[in-house]
Design a binder for this molecule. Structure first.
Ligand code: NAI
Length: 507
């Protein structure tokens, strides 16, 4: 078993910005002496003063003893030269995101530290392999990718470049664990795990917005209230900043040689060009000026309670619908499965989206009055549900279907007839990307799910989510999206196909 670096090991953190200060705080709290260096005069000392204030705050709240807070604060030392970190057993670099500058720093460090010292970079987008190419001993370099804010976020990606010694990655993994973090191993590929697998969360929402599926507030509400995501994609992009988010999207897209999977959106480009960078600039998808109201999601007004409600089959959606109708004392019958029909009411046939538009589905199934509902993380708990109506559907049947969903307690958002609605296509594409990362040896299935739950707070790992939806359904949704758009972007991961044929779940 690989051991963590012992606490007498001196940790050097280079760069005392947002990330470096957070990492120094974590290492000092874990018992290491920490030397902090920044080439901006006074920055390291200033960061240490605020870390100490942080420790004092934690002591005041009873999270640390006063003694422990004082001791942790005393373990931090600001140094003025790179040469001062000569006795470090681990260096964590968190300086500007620039390959040449990072390579120069590591060259300078190699001239100073002992041969046994492990070197690591907190880079979020630069190849560890490329940084290592400048080193005499690239075997001792790995990525140690914390998430912002480092003291609070549990995830650490331990990233191996082509030359990285596995023993070095294992020591970093054990050390991150000893520091109270949840590490995952990743191979150095564009975006590592989180910044790669998270791309569809933004990309699919942007696609739906671009095609007029609904407005931002409605799509955000569906992702939160049906998808269980903590923040909707548009409010999240506004918070991250469109300059930052667009740069990450672009860098992952370019690094994958313009793979259409990662194609940036013109909407992002426009926001950046306009200087509408999100919360920090007062305007992004939403207006953050004082006094501006946040728009409400579009919710269909209450429709009449329909008669003769029949729910079909034993799917998660059907069982939850029955339960919700029972709870609200709405009369209905629960009948045996009828193909993929979820329910019938007022002449309408309700189905869960399979990636076709409602109009396409109505045409192929010869069921003109087709109404589709979106995926929910948990149909029993979801407050809101997105739905769409086939062009062939008569208005009274559409209204009956909406009345049924409302009677079951859902706020209903009617989207334009977009393939895969919003939550289903997003989850299918997140799972697709997660599966490709696993298939390409970036990480294992457990790591990708852990990374997405802890790195970006997803309510469920994408692969576990795909298992719950059914891998066959995910494959069908992706196939229909690929067919509708005719784009390689929606190609199904070979690993999803393999699992469907092997009748095997992920994890
Ligand atoms: P920042 O701009 O807040 O801090 C960078 C610090 O490095 C500055 O204080 C700067 O003076 C110093 N610096 C620049 N060049 C230096 C050099 N050659 N030698 C010594 N100090 C130098 O940046 P932030 O956000 O802390 O990012 C640092 C690194 O962490 C980047 O590689 C970034 O990609 C990565 N990262 C950032 C995250 C974030 O959310 N901000 C999340 C995860 C990783």
């Amino acid at each position: 078993m690989t051991h963590a670096l012992s606490t007498p090991t001196v940790v050097a953190v280079i760069g005392a910005g947002a990330m470096g200060a957070g990492i120094a705080q974590v290492a000092a709290a874990a018992g290491h002496s920490v030397k902090l260096f920044d080439n901006r005069l006074g920055a390291a000392a200033q960061a240490i003063a605020s870390i100490r204030a942080q420790f004092e705050k934690m002591a005041a709240k009873g999270k640390l003893s006063a003694q422990a807070a004082e001791a942790a604060g005393a373990r931090l030392l600001a140094v003025e030269h790179v040469a001062d970190v000569f006795d470090a057993g681990l260096v964590v670099e968190a300086i500007v995101e620039n390959l040449a500058v990072k390579q120069q720093l590591f060259k300078d460090l190699e001239a100073v530290v002992s041969e046994g010292c492990i070197l690591s970079s907190n880079t979020s987008s630069i190849s560890i392999t490329a940084i290592g190419a400048a080193l005499k001993i690239p075997q001792r370099l790995a990525g140690l990718h914390f998430f912002n804010p480092a003291p609070l976020m549990a995830l650490v990606e331990v990233v191996s470049g082509l030359a990285t010694d596995q023993a070095v990655a294992n020591t970093l993994f054990a050390t991150a664990k000893a520091w109270g973090k949840t590490p995952v191993h990743a191979k150095s590929t564009p975006g590592f795990i989180v910044n790669r697998v998270a791309r569809p969360y933004y990309a699919e929402a942007l696609r739906v917005l671009h095609e007029g599926g609904a407005d931002c507030a409605t799509l955000d509400a569906c992702c939160r209230e049906a998808g269980g995501f903590r923040m909707g994609p548009f409010e999240l992009m506004d918070m991250i900043g469109h300059d930052v988010n667009f740069a990450v999207t672009n860098s992952v897209w370019r690094a994958f040689f313009n793979d259409p999977r990662f194609l940036p959106s013109l909407i992002q480009q426009d926001l950046v060009d306009a200087g509408f960078l999100g919360k920090k600039s007062g305007r992004g998808f939403y207006n953050y000026q004082a006094g501006a109201d946040k728009p409400l999601p579009a919710t269909v007004s209450v429709q009449d309670l329909p008669a003769d409600i029949r729910v079909h089959g034993q799917s998660a959606a059907a069982l939850a619908l029955v339960k919700r109708l029972q709870t609200s004392n709405i009369s209905h019958t629960h009948q045996s499965p009828l193909g993929d029909t979820l329910a019938t009411v007022g002449g309408a046939t309700l189905r869960v989206t399979d990636g076709r538009t409602a109009t396409h589905c109505a045409f192929e199934t010869q069921t003109p009055n087709t109404v589709l509902i979106d995926l929910a993380l948990d149909y029993a708990q979801a407050k809101r549900l997105a739905m769409s109506v086939a062009a062939q559907c008569n208005p009274s049947s559409a209204s009956a279907a909406i009345g049924l969903l409302q009677a079951a307690g859902f706020a209903v958002s009617r989207l334009q007839d977009i393939p895969g609605l919003i939550v289903m296509r997003t989850v299918a594409m997140l799972a697709n990307e997660a599966a490709d990362a696993v298939n390409q040896g970036v990480c294992d299935a457990a790591a990708v799910d852990t990374a997405m739950r802890l790195g970006v707070n997803y309510p469920c790992g994408p692969l576990a989510w795909a298992n719950a939806v059914g891998l066959g359904t995910i494959q069908t949704v992706l196939g229909h999206l690929a067919h509708t758009y005719g784009e390689d972007r929606y190609r199904t991961s070979p690993l999803i196909q393999h699992h469907v044929f092997a009748q095997k779940a992920f994890l």
